[in-house]
Design a protein around this ligand. Structure first.
Ligand code: AMP
Ligand code: MG
Length: 496
């Protein structure tokens, strides 16, 4: 068995960035899932992780050779209010892995015990949130949305105290970096410009090496981060995904979806849908995600001001203008990514005036008719330009199918303008419109079976279907379906 080839660049940044912390042991860990495919991608399949020792490592009972575990310091704006000291309260970074194809990744345990940053928390995670993150993050990866990945999940053999006692779990997650907007804010709030610079250089080394060539690398870094974030949020929107808690400490600098708490995919489409139980002000509603992205990036840009000033030898006021210019590009970028994605979903190959209105009209009638987001686009992917008989499956999703019919006439007119060929268009649409998404009621069923009965088969079966979200799988029709009224999950909860 090979050793895990850990690199510890973050540990080398300096003591102000973290507190060295070992995971706390657990009583009786058992492996729930090990992500063999991901292990292969990372070049870890023939290491100790893929041996009986692996379970001990994923449980925090064994520190692999070469790891320098630590809890990272960060701040964050939570629901708009600044918390100067958050940090990894229930997560521990084991180290960085350099994969065979030359990329680098962070490996982190979540739920592995108290750290310096735990405040009143127990540093633990209940089994439910571990299963939820495993299912949703892996589904996101297969859908093609940038995301942290799940390498393994274990039960701890211990209970955690929440509203009641629940079995505990630990997830091992992989990110191209776990640095957050809040990590920059931590040093900005301390006016520690050296640390901000170190962190920016670290991110350039890890994820943004192309900006090194730029005349002003930090300005280019900020622009690149903004671009990736606009792209990421536009992708969420394509799948009806609601992150649920877009605090700045939950926004990744690398542009990946991170921290799956009360996140959810919508069933029936409601533009300003909120599912998180703690989001009473609807701050993180589906429809607000793009603008919250900008709000968060503005906090990041504020942290960058001293770097922008220094690299261009200008004063703070001039640096603020540079930051504003970078932020001003966000809306146009987002709109561009959103429209491109929605054109793909609706099968529009060319760009024509009026496309945005046509797409928005579909969304609007979906909302007034309680149509399922995923199924609407999936069945739309099967329609022909002329064969109106095929419309029956999509029509039943709409309370007043005539509203869909009226829209479909315009859509077909539009398709004719670009001489759309059914087979080609349908194949393209089916490659971007999934059959299966991790629906809340199915995640809930997987969690209930595991937490209440120690039965992981529901989890494994669901996970298996979500491995190929764009492929109709025989005998898996149930996984396509929206919830029955009694199955509807009205609210999702943070994993805390
Ligand atoms: P979240 O909203 O889940 O991203 O977490 C916000 C902050 O609370 C982070 O600093 C977490 O590390 C911390 N936190 C959440 N749950 C716990 C817990 N059970 N024990 C210790 N810290 C926690
Ligand atoms: Mg978080």
């Amino acid at each position: 068995m090979k050793k895990i080839p850990f690199n510890n660049r973050y540990a080398n940044l300096g003591k102000e960035f973290y507190v060295s912390t070992h995971p706390s042991s657990v009583a009786n860990p058992e492996l729930i899932a090990f992500n063999e495919d991901l292990a292969v991608e990372l070049g870890l399949s023939d290491t100790t992780l893929n041996s009986p020792d692996g379970t001990a490592i994923f449980a925090g009972n064994l520190i692999p050779d070469g790891a320098e575990p630590l809890a990272v310091a960060y701040s964050g704006h939570q629901f708009g209010y600044f918390s100067p000291q958050l940090g990894d309260g229930r997560a521990i970074l084991l180290g960085e892995i350099d994969s065979p194809d030359g990329q680098s990744f962070d490996m982190q345990l979540k739920g592995s015990g108290r750290t310096f940053y735990s405040r009143n928390g127990d540093g633990r995670s209940a089994l439910g949130p571990v299963l939820r993150e495993y299912l949703v993050s892996e589904a996101m990866a297969k859908l093609g949305v940038p995301t942290t990945r799940a390498l393994a999940a274990v039960t701890t053999g211990e209970q955690v105290a929440r509203e009641r006692m629940i079995p505990g779990g630990i997830i091992t997650r992989i990110a191209t970096s776990f640095v957050r907007v809040g990590t920059f804010e931590y040093f900005a709030s301390r006016r520690d410009v050296d640390a901000i610079k170190k962190l920016a250089d670290y991110m350039i080394e890890r994820r943004y090496s192309h900006v090194r060539e730029a005349k002003h690398p930090y300005a280019a870094l900020l622009e690149s981060i903004i671009d990736r974030q606009a792209n990421l949020i536009a992708r969420w929107m394509r799948f009806g995904f609601i992150h649920g808690v877009m605090n700045t400490d939950n926004m990744s600098i690398a542009g990946e979806t991170i921290d799956y708490g009360p996140c959810a995919f919508m069933d029936d489409y409601v533009h300003d849908r909120v599912l998180s139980s703690i989001d009473e002000g609807k701050r993180y509603a589906y429809s607000n995600q793009a603008s919250i992205g900008l709000w968060n990036l503005t906090r990041l840009a504020e942290s960058f001001i001293p770097l922008l000033a220094e690299e261009s030898a200008i004063d703070t006021e001039a640096a603020v203008e540079i930051a504003k210019d970078a932020l001003n590009k966000y809306i146009a970028l987002y709109e561009q990514y959103w429209l491109a994605g929605m054109r793909d979903k609706t099968g529009l190959l060319s760009e024509q005036v009026g496309d945005k209105e046509l797409i928005e009209e579909l969304l609007s009638i979906m909302e007034t008719n309680g149509a399922d987001f995923t199924l609407t686009f999936y069945y739309l992917s099967q329609l022909g330009i002329d064969l109106l008989t095929e419309d029956s499956r999509i029509r039943v999703l709409f309370r007043e199918p005539e509203q869909f019919d009226a829209w479909a006439i315009k859509w077909r007119e539009r398709l004719k303008q670009e001489e759309s060929v059914d087979e080609t268009r349908q194949a393209k649409m089916q490659a971007v419109n999934p059959v299966y998404i991790p629906r809340n009621h199915q995640i809930e069923a997987a969690i209930r079976a595991a937490e209440d009965h120690g039965d992981f088969s529901v989890f494994h079966n669901l996970h298996e279907v979500l491995q190929s979200p764009y492929v109709l799988q025989e005998g898996k029709e149930n996984y396509m379906l929206p919830p029955e009224p009694h199955e509807v999950v009205q609210q999702t909860f943070c994993g805390t």
